[in-house]
Design a binder for this molecule. Structure first.
Ligand code: DMJ
Length: 870
């Protein structure tokens, strides 16, 4: 927990749900980072760390853990540690005392995981109790019916290594059996697998299929199992799946989920961050071109938001704003650099490191991003940050002689643990499966770009990778210019649809008639929204079909405009005064009135509580809030009324703090403060909303330090800038009456404009591109455009529910608006106490003064480090 400088102990912190299943009171980070120490040439520290593991770690805890996470992080960590321990011992200097103790521990853990495989299918239960196993009443697990494909299909490297290191074949057998079962269950016509499967019946529970969350490392382990074990059947399976992925999921540079039964239909309009590992896997497979393309697209998303958001849409908007410092993109960057030798990838790595140091580094480590748009932090540094991110970034820049062993002799597990390739010829007691009889030779056009070919086709061509990246340079900022031109041309020609999108009424029979003629059908969704789908071939004529296209285009633009108007992004409140210096960034809700912080410079000022605290009448302490940012409590009157009262008292901004005790942006969806239904143009100052837990951080700070200065902005500012290098630290916008358009930052404005362009133009492209590909797919799959399945639709309702795209279950999306009298948070606040991961910021766990006291030493050291630009 890098913000509060403590370890996260399961049971001692409020539960965060599934994500905590990785924690088993077994010193996860210590074990997961063992082999990183050796890679970083910290041999002495490795020796100490191994001793600590042997001395302190207990694997027999009464705690329910994820089988998948325990395998990749703990079993993998112990085996990686063992692999490098024996390598060091053989060299004769370090680890001379080592006697396979880590391996013994790994074996003990392996046996603890085996009861999970006690199912008819051989697919493991997703969770196991380390002490009591499965199904016994004390175990508190064993009733689950489903698991994810990656959860069941990411065992073979660790289990086979354990078998081969120890000679106990049972582990490899169990992992193979699970893989065999998944292979049997693949959807036979598409050769794809779904995201979740019933461990008893083998039925697919979620039939969507991609290369990211839920499936990712299943594919990775098929290819790597072939590399490590030399078993052709794994390569044949991988190639079959890879062919299907490239046929259906890969839409370079995008990778989009589809349905396993209808693989021509996209299942989503967004991508998750976990798929960023895929270019790395494509390099290992030898398919460099699409790897370069997808990697470049991801890099542009990163350049836009500093980090890869957990999920982002096909037009590169943030879909889920969290970023837990995932390593996948760094991993792919490393492999691409190894494959191409192109220094461009070193520049990419440099950007990653700079962003980590600028935005994530805190005195006790690196903090996950709660929201990449605002730069706010979460008190969390997952073990994969040291296990993978550090390793890959170090290796990217390391020369051969920087590493004390030959890294080429090892394979990386999905958690970047190192397993020696010599295992392929050790203890091979398990017979290799021959599936060649059921394996159909593939049309190998996907494999034209495999490693040997690239060598032959582009011997030492330094411009090879660049020539593939070049056309994608503006893919994020100006998606698919071809589509834009087509639509613009169509509009320039003056052609207008017979019915304009803005005039359309779903209850008007004449309108419905026109829609029908244009091949547009109307679907009423269960949630009350109306969805439009165009089937070009159902139009009365080709001219009507074109009209339909224009109508759909207008509708998509209208809908996207409405969404933008109604969904302002969240804002940031950054505490900039001593001793915070910008390190504390709080996620805040915007207001639909007052100064728009995305168009104007940030507002910086000292805070003062207003009297009365609810701000519902003329302030009795105007002298205290004059020229400051007033703190006001939510409730009793409209937000706009509060804003007017503090503005009249001379405040330069306002922060409304939620009166629902315990509420937090971790657990409640942010909302925008709505106006009062009247003209709010008279409100000139910026207003932001903080939930109670975030608000109490400021209130605690005032109690401790009296003078607390904050910055209200659309995105947290770099601490170097805050120190006065680029903006003066006097109060900006000190006179709200002076506020006018001229004060807007041109930089922000152009950014803003281009954001708008991106969004609308890519919608245009979506339609044009999909329309043309749809025409061809319609011929072969006449039923394929069912409304629930297709993306080629326009939804008229602006508010779309955001679902969690990956294994965690949190969202901070701004998805509603609220008036001050609204009481919607009441229920949430009653349950939040148990579930809020950041409760430690509140008074109950550790008061702010003690956190800050803890920090003082770190801050000094940290400032030294910053000076040295470490
Ligand atoms: C890691 O634990 C592994 O790489 C896993 O396969 C999926 N992703 C996480 C980190 O994001």
């Amino acid at each position: 927990m890098p913000l509060t400088c403590r370890g996260r102990v399961r049971g001692q912190e409020p539960s965060r749900g599934d994500v905590d299943d990785a924690l088993g009171k077994f010193s996860l980070t210590l074990i997961d980072s063992l082999d990183t120490l050796v890679v970083l040439n910290k041999t002495k520290e490795f020796e100490d760390a191994v001793r600590k593991v042997l001395r302190d770690v207990n694997l027999d805890n009464d705690v329910v853990v994820s089988v998948f996470e325990t395998n990749i992080r703990v079993l993998g960590g112990l085996l990686g540690g063992h692999s490098l321990a024996i390598m060091l011992k053989e060299k004769g200097e370090y680890m001379q005392w080592y006697n396979d103790e880590l391996l013994q521990m790994a074996k003990q853990l392996g046996y603890k995981l085996l009861p999970a495989f006690n199912t008819t299918s051989g697919l493991p239960y997703p969770r196991i109790n380390l002490k009591f196993g499965i199904r016994k009443p004390e175990a508190r697990t064993g009733t689950e019916t489903d698991t994810c494909t990656a959860c069941a299909g990411t065992l073979i490297l660790e289990f086979a290594a354990l078998s081969r290191f120890t000679g106990a074949t049972i582990f490899e057998e169990y992992a193979r059996k699970a893989l065999d079962f998944l292979w049997e269950k693949r959807q036979r016509s598409s050769n794809l697998v779904g995201v979740t499967i019933n461990i008893h019946t083998g039925d697919w529970v979620r039939k969507d299929s991609g290369v990211g969350a839920g499936i990712d490392s299943y594919y990775e382990y098929l290819l790597k199992a072939y590399v490590l074990l030399g078993d052709d059947s794994f390569l044949e399976r991988f190639n079959t799946h890879y062919d299907a992925i490239m046929r259906y999921i890969s839409q370079p540079p995008l990778l989009l989920d589809v349905h396993i039964h209808k693989p021509m239909l996209n299942a989503r309009t967004w991508m998750d961050a976990l798929l960023a590992f895929f270019p790395g896997l494509q390099v290992l497979k030898g398919d460099i071109r699409p790897a370069i393309e997808t990697h470049e697209m991801l890099y542009q998303v990163i350049k836009k938001h500093n980090f890869l958001p957990e999920a982002f849409t096909t037009d590169f908007r943030v879909h889920w704003a969290q970023h837990p410092l995932r390593p996948e993109f760094a991993e792919s960057t490393y492999f691409l650099y190894k494959a191409t030798g192109d220094p461009y990838y070193l520049e990419v790595g440099k950007t990653l490191i700079e962003n980590l140091n600028k935005y994530a580094r805190v005195p006790c480590g690196f903090a996950a991003m709660k929201d990449v748009r605002t730069g706010s932090h979460e008190d969390r540094m997952d073990s994969f940050f040291l296990a993978e991110m550090f390793k890959y970034l170090y290796l990217l820049f390391a020369d051969k002689e920087d590493i004390i062993f030959d890294i080429e002799d090892y394979i990386f597990t999905t958690e970047a643990h190192l397993l020696p390739l010599w295992l392929s010829t050790t203890n091979q007691s398990i017979s290799k499966k021959n599936i060649t009889s059921e394996y159909t030779e593939l049309d190998d056009s996907n494999f034209d770009w495999t490693c040997p070919n690239t060598q032959i086709l582009f011997p030492n061509d330094p411009l090879y990778a660049q020539s593939i990246r070049e056309p994608l340079k503006n893919v994020v900022d100006k998606s698919c210019p071809r589509g834009i031109i087509r639509v613009e041309e169509s509009f320039r020609s003056g052609a207008k649809p017979p019915l304009r999108a803005r005039d359309f009424m779903a209850t008007n029979p004449e309108h419905l008639e026109i829609l029908k003629k244009m091949g547009v059908s109307l679907i009423h969704l269960k949630d009350g929204r109306v969805q439009l789908v165009q089937h070009a071939i159902q139009a009365a004529s080709s001219i009507d079909a074109e009209d339909g296209l224009r109508f759909m285009q207008e509708m998509i633009e209208l809908s996207s405009q409405q969404q933008k108007e109604q969904q302002l992004p969240p804002r940031a409140v950054q505490i900039v005064s001593h001793p915070f210096f910008g390190r504390v960034v709080l996620t805040a809700g915007p207001a639909q009135f007052g100064l728009d912080l995305s168009k104007h410079k940030e507002t910086r000022g000292f805070v003062a509580s207003s009297k009365p605290y609810n701000g519902c009448s003329e302030l009795t302490n105007p002298e205290a809030v004059m020229g400051k940012i007033a703190l006001i409590q939510r409730g009793q009157c409209m937000f706009a009324e509060k804003a007017r009262n503090i503005q009249n008292a001379g405040a330069i901004g306002g922060i409304v703090i939620d009166d629902n005790e315990g509420s937090s942006s971790d657990t409640a969806p942010l909302f925008q403060m709505a106006g009062d239904g009247k003209d709010t143009d008279d409100i000139k100052i910026p207003m932001l909303f903080l939930f109670s837990k975030e608000g109490s951080i400021i209130l605690d700070a005032i109690r401790e330090y009296e003078e607390v200065e904050v910055l209200l902005s659309d995105k947290a500012k770099d601490r170097a800038i805050l120190k006065g290098k680029m903006i003066p630290s006097y109060i900006i916008n000190s006179n709200p009456e002076m506020e006018n358009e001229e004060q807007s930052s041109p930089e922000n404005d152009s950014q803003n404009q281009s954001d708008e362009q991106v969004s609308s133009s890519s919608q245009e492209v979506d339609l044009v591109d999909q329309e043309s590909s749809e025409e061809s797919s319609l011929n072969s799959h006449p039923e394929s455009l069912s409304p629930a399945d297709t993306d080629n639709v326009a939804s008229i309702s602006p508010s779309e529910q955001t679902s969690d795209p990956t294994e965690n279950h949190e969202t901070t999306n701004l998805n509603g608006e609220c008036t001050d009298l609204d009481n919607q948070l009441q229920e949430q606040s009653e349950t939040e106490e148990d579930s809020n991961p950041n409760v430690s910021w509140g008074k109950k766990v550790q008061p702010i003064d003690s956190i800050l006291a803890d920090w003082n030493e770190d801050i000094e050291a940290f400032e030294m480090m910053e000076k040295d630009e470490l």
